[in-house]
Design a protein around this ligand. Structure first.
Ligand SMILES: [Zn+2]
Ligand SMILES: [Zn+2]
Length: 357
């Protein structure tokens, strides 16, 4: 079975959808299901085809804010946004913390929250209302907690028992059937909102991956509030090679991988004060050891998510520059390596990390 390498891509400007939908109802809600999506979905289902709806968040929403004091509802242990569940409870995706079904705001004790963003559970609920006669299934780590559920779901999808599959990253991997003719990225901006040097590349890879799931004559719909973003422009024109060329030129200018090698050092401790102190000591030592090497070391700083499971994180980024074309010569300098080996186990050494924020 050949896969279609150049899917037809339709970009939906969600700003227009926002004004159109709210004008009618005099509301200020961010829509997640555009008219283009609705029409295409109806058409596909009428022809007996299947659809894949991708959203990068599980749960009902991305996060919730207190309706009274507007503070974001966070996990007590990780300080990361909690996601709302169908039963009314809120849970953390990074540890196993979960509230009861009547939670209150930690700041003002208020019991009502406003939902921001959309997740798999909410989409499944909305689509079930809109397409009550069709079979809709959800794929995310919550619905697929048993290993057998994954096999069952995919065999149901392949045999045509499921019409619409709503899912996170888990739904995309390995999925392909000629009957799948519509794929949708609900919120591309979620993918474009990272701060890592390779955020655009990852978003682009997602578009490619999701697009490659649909058969010939299929269509990929991308919903975004940034229809003029370079990633969208390149994707729309199937200009994959041009995107890579531009991305590499920028990376070269900024000495980013693959034109440099990155080592991330992360310290995790219960005491923030102790973590700051130890990181500063190591920074001063490394600064001395590496003074005549072709590399840079960032000052110790808190990562974007600086508290996980009750521990504070602090990190440093070492960038090895001016790499040789001969990759074997690009090893970590001996003195630096010797120092890194002696670090105590609270330090995590990540060579070529997935993210540096
Ligand atoms: Zn509050
Ligand atoms: Zn947590």
């Amino acid at each position: 079975m050949t896969q279609n390498n150049n899917p037809k891509i339709e970009v939906v400007n969600m700003k227009k959808e926002y004004f159109k939908k709210n004008k009618k109802k005099k509301t200020k809600k961010r829509p997640f299901i555009s008219d283009t999506l609705l029409i295409s979905l109806r058409e596909a289902l009428k022809k007996g085809k299947q659809a894949l709806i991708f959203v990068n968040k599980q749960g009902k929403n991305s996060f919730s804010v207190c309706a009274k004091c507007k503070s974001v509802f966070l996990c007590k242990r990780c300080e990361r946004a909690l996601v709302e569940r169908k039963d009314g409870s809120f849970s953390c995706l990074h540890c196993n913390f979960s509230t009861d079904i009547f939670p209150h705001c930690a700041n003002c004790k208020n019991i009502t929250f406003t939902s921001i963003g959309v997740g798999t559970e909410q989409l499944e609920e909305d689509l079930t209302k809109l397409f009550s006669k069709n079979k809709i299934a959800r794929v995310d780590s919550e619905s697929m907690s048993k290993p057998s559920s994954y096999d069952k779901l995919f065999s149901d999808f392949y045999s045509g028992k499921i019409d619409i599959l709503v899912g996170t990253q888990m739904a995309i991997k390995g999925l392909y059937t000629p009957n799948l003719t519509l794929a949708v990225i609900i919120d591309l901006d979620q993918l474009l909102s990272g701060n890592d040097y390779d955020t655009d590349e990852k978003a682009f890879a997602h578009i490619l991956q999701i697009g490659s799931r649909i058969g010939k004559f299929g269509k990929l719909i991308i919903q975004t509030y940034n229809p003029n973003h370079t990633v969208v422009e390149f994707a729309k024109n199937n200009a994959w090679n041009e995107f890579l060329e531009e991305e590499l030129t920028t990376r070269k200018l900024l000495s980013l991988p693959p034109y440099s090698r990155i080592i991330k050092l992360t310290l995790e401790l219960k005491s923030k004060k102790q973590a700051d102190k130890e990181a500063q000591i190591l920074f001063d030592e490394l600064d001395k050891i590496c003074s005549d090497m072709d590399l840079t070391i960032s000052e110790p700083h808190a990562p974007l998510i600086d508290k996980v499971r009750d521990k504070y994180k602090i990190q440093m980024i070492i960038t090895l520059k001016n790499l040789s074309k001969d990759f074997s010569k690009n090893s970590i300098p001996k003195e630096l390596k010797e120092k890194l080996i002696t670090l105590k186990t609270d330090w995590k050494i990540d060579i070529e990390p997935i993210n540096i924020t």
